[in-house]
Design a protein around this ligand. Structure first.
Ligand code: LMR
Length: 397
């Protein structure tokens, strides 16, 4: 039977990660996979998470099953993190959430539930979007449609074209939006643009499906949640997939949640029962470890504050690396403008260089960048900036 299978090309982002690890050059730089690196190029466990982990070692008394929804405290605390403790939606009973295996697992459960609710719905994704969105959500059976998002020429969101397309989205379709720190472009919607999209969703009857994987890495925990919180106030229905990979540094622990806002609390109960049944039919139950750590950090005043301070350090470091890279490329041979890198948010921006320049960076200089020219700014540090900027200047000549 297996002779019927054709080999599949390795995922472009994860393939790059493997190629980087196999490269023996000491000067190599990883600007590929979206993983935070500190100024020494390490991806440490956050001190607050490490402390929670050591407490858990002592406190954990069982490894028994938790059930399809995962940890109840985690689910509650994640809702407070996403929406803010005082958000009226929390008291309304219209919002429900279950733990999921990372942001990807959350996206998939969300997609499956929406497909059960309305099989004829299409899902609209921006161009470009995280490359795995399309296989991940498409495999749930969605008809995937596209709206324009980023203009490579102006290096800004093409808001006019985006809104023109959204104006034609039929009622009942889903529109995928990035909560903050847009992956791969770093170009985020302004609060006013979020408001305008909410107006349109109300007018047209489409339902936003928000993917929020970088809360706290853009402008701050509350600022990055503006769109999601405002939409939860104004819209009858909403789906939010969230991840703790980046803001808690829990990548391999696969810690996320899928959240549904429904028109009434009774509807929300029905939706969450469907989400649990969906989980049961795919992976049965989510892994516990990461969620127990997040729950402990969010539920303990000291650890919570420590985590917030660590996250702020991460955010500020990435932002300063944006400025450093941008400034170091000023007055380059081609006169290419990189100022968008300073304006954009979160881990990523497009460099906008050619494929041959990208290839040269990898083959001659050991600098690894995703083929779309998306760079992870957290891979830049005070030790490699000179080499990175000289290499870039060389290929730009
Ligand atoms: C990325 O975009 O690099 C990360 O979200 C990792 C991944 O799974 O692609």
């Amino acid at each position: 039977m297996f002779e019927n299978l054709k080999p599949v090309a390795i995922d472009p982002i994860l393939g790059l990660m493997t190629a980087f690890k196999a490269d023996n050059r000491s000067e190599k730089i990883d600007l590929g996979v979206g993983v935070y690196q500190d100024d020494q190029g390490r991806t440490p466990v956050m001190a607050s998470v490490k402390e929670a982990e050591s407490r858990l070692m002592t406190l954990e008394t069982t490894k028994s099953y938790q059930g399809m929804a995962g940890d109840a405290d985690y689910n509650q605390r994640m809702l407070s993190l996403l929406f803010g403790e005082d958000h009226p939606i929390l008291a309304s009973g219209r919002v429900k959430s279950i733990q999921a295996p990372g942001g990807s697992g959350a996206l998939r459960v969300g997609a499956e539930v929406v497909r059960k609710a309305r099989p004829e719905s299409a899902l609209w994704v921006g161009v470009p979007t995280w490359p795995n969105h399309i296989p991940l959500l498409g495999s749930a059976g969605f008809d995937i449609k596209q709206y324009p998002y980023y203009d490579m020429a102006t290096r800004e969101i093409n808001i006019q074209a985006m809104m023109d397309t959204l104006r034609k989205v039929p009622a009942g379709d889903m529109v995928l939006l990035h909560g903050c720190c847009h992956n791969p472009t770093g170009a985020d919607l302004t609060n006013k643009q979020w408001d305008d999209i909410a107006d349109l969703a109300l007018e047209r009857g489409f339902i936003p499906f928000i993917d929020t994987a970088y809360q706290g890495l853009g402008d701050g925990l509350d600022e990055d949640a503006y769109g999601m919180r405002m939409m939860a106030n104004r819209l009858p229905e909403l789906v939010v997939a969230s991840s703790c990979s980046k803001n808690f540094g829990l990548y391999r622990e696969r810690t996320g949640s899928i959240t549904f806002v429904a028109a009434t609390s009774e509807r929300a109960e029905v939706v969450i029962s469907q989400a649990m049944s969906t989980a049961r039919s795919i992976y049965s139950m989510p892994p516990a470890h990461g969620a127990l750590l997040v729950s402990m950090v969010l539920g303990d005043q000291h650890l919570h504050q420590q985590w917030q301070a660590e996250l702020e350090e991460v955010r500020l470091r990435i932002s300063s690396m944006r400025s450093l890279l941008c400034d170091s490329l000023e007055n380059n041979a081609t006169g290419m403008d990189f100022s968008h890198i300073k304006r954009q948010k979160g881990m990523f921006s497009f460099l906008g260089i050619s494929t041959s320049q990208l290839e040269r960076l990898r083959s001659e200089f050991g600098i690894y960048i995703v083929s779309s020219t998306r760079v992870n700014l957290a891979g830049v540090n005070s030790n490699n900036i000179g080499y990175l900027s000289n290499s870039l200047r060389t290929v730009l000549e």
